[in-house]
Write a protein that binds this ligand. Structure first.
Ligand code: ZN
Length: 109
């Protein structure tokens, strides 16, 4: 599956913002799969380089890609920054990046 490899590359190139997102997901109990949670904790502790291909696949398919990842903002189609991911999916549930949400709210007011 192509998306797994792409996502893996993205996570490895943006480790600190991804880890912040991951910590938020763990703190708010968004992982109901115990195996995925275990891998998430391993990644925070030892870094993503320590994961096997199998762990990566489980983590991405059963965890992140399940319902915790948006590729693009629904409005501007820019890549969704990790720092905006939690809010777009879980708080506002609008699938918008922070810039577009700001603009939309401005128009509404
Ligand atoms: Zn946007």
């Amino acid at each position: 599956m192509m998306q797994i490899e792409e996502l893996k590359v993205r996570i490895k190139s943006e480790p600190s913002t991804f880890i912040s997102y991951l910590e938020k997901l763990i703190k708010t109990n968004k992982f109901d799969d115990g195996e995925v949670l275990e891998i998430a904790i391993l990644m925070i502790k030892y870094g993503s380089d320590k994961l096997s291909d199998e762990q990566w696949a489980i983590f991405l398919v059963n965890g992140i890609l399940c319902d915790k990842y948006i590729d693009q903002c629904d409005s501007c189609s820019e890549q969704m920054p990790w720092s905006n991911m939690y809010s777009a999916i879980f708080i506002n549930q609008d699938y918008l990046c922070a810039n577009c949400r700001y603009m939309e709210n401005k128009i509404k007011v």
